[in-house]
Write a protein that binds this ligand. Structure first.
Ligand SMILES: [Zn+2]
Length: 272
């Protein structure tokens, strides 16, 4: 007797091992990937974390910028040397490695000089291509302008890479290279702001990229996550002051990864 269950329904939510062969996590700041994806990294040694806003401003403001003050930095500190060292140590705990891009956080810049997604997309595409990623995890991009910019730049990169893959396929007369699997992770701290995660999911849903929770194999070891998070003492001071991060880590608020994919054929009208 044949199995009466349609095979596509049985596979919903699952992620194949080949999709997770080479994982790239895109992080807005030097801590967001660890805060949102530690258990993923624990289960998959060799992840690369690409941090977009890891650049040093030309000059640190005097007096010290507010967040950096909350972090405990004082005038004259090389904030980004310290923060990159924290990031390298945190990722080493999870057998992951960093790539640091040189974009400068909005809080150091006058509004007219803020980085836009269009400024980031070329670098992001070439970085993802160089790493030959099979899966890319990006933040939903909530509230903080650097998070928003990172999300939008990643969506532009996704569009570009899909177009390139389709063009290559036509040129080669084949089905082309395996396309990249894309996922969003929840921005730790910001995801608890009322309505914001729902707002982003609704936007993605309407543009035909249905975010759906995926059963990504993970290693939910709270001690290993805490050991990695503890490598960011400067950021933890500010995150505790502004977001009570220790209570959220202790609860814990779970790490959830959402696959971005078009709807099943025939379901598109639900997006209207
Ligand atoms: Zn951040």
């Amino acid at each position: 007797m044949s199995d009466p269950t349609p095979p596509d329904m049985r596979d919903w939510g699952l992620v194949t091992p080949s999709e997770l062969e080479r994982i790239v996590i895109v992080s807005p700041h030097l801590d967001d990937a660890v805060l949102g994806c530690s258990h993923l990294m624990s289960a998959h040694p060799g992840v690369t974390v690409v941090t977009v806003f890891a650049g040093r401003p030309d000059a640190y403001p005097l007096p010290m910028e507010r967040w950096d003050s909350l972090c405990g930095f004082v005038d004259g500190d090389e904030v980004h040397a310290a923060r990159r060292a924290e990031d390298a140590a945190a990722l080493a705990v999870l057998d992951a490695s960093p790539v640091w891009l040189d974009f400068v956080e909005h809080s150091y810049l006058p509004r007219a000089d803020w980085t836009h997604p269009e400024d980031v997309v070329d670098t992001l595409v070439s970085t993802i291509e160089a790493l030959d990623a099979t899966a890319v995890f990006v933040p939903f991009g909530l509230a903080n302008p650097d998070h928003d910019c990172t999300h939008d730049a990643a969506m532009l990169a996704r569009d570009r890479l899909a177009e390139d893959a389709a063009r290559d396929a036509i040129a080669q007369g084949s089905i082309g290279p395996e396309s990249i699997a894309w996922f969003c992770y929840e921005d730790m701290g910001y995801k608890h702001i009322p309505g914001l995660l729902a707002w982003r999911i609704a936007r993605l849903f309407r543009r035909g990229l249905w975010p759906t929770p995926a059963a990504v194999p993970a290693d939910p070891d709270p001690a290993r996550k805490q050991a990695s998070v503890d490598c960011y003492p400067s950021q933890l001071r500010a995150l505790e002051a502004e977001w009570r991060v220790s209570d959220k880590l202790a609860a814990p608020a779970p790490e959830q990864h959402w696959r971005l994919a078009p709807p099943p054929p025939g379901w598109e009208r639900l997006s209207d």
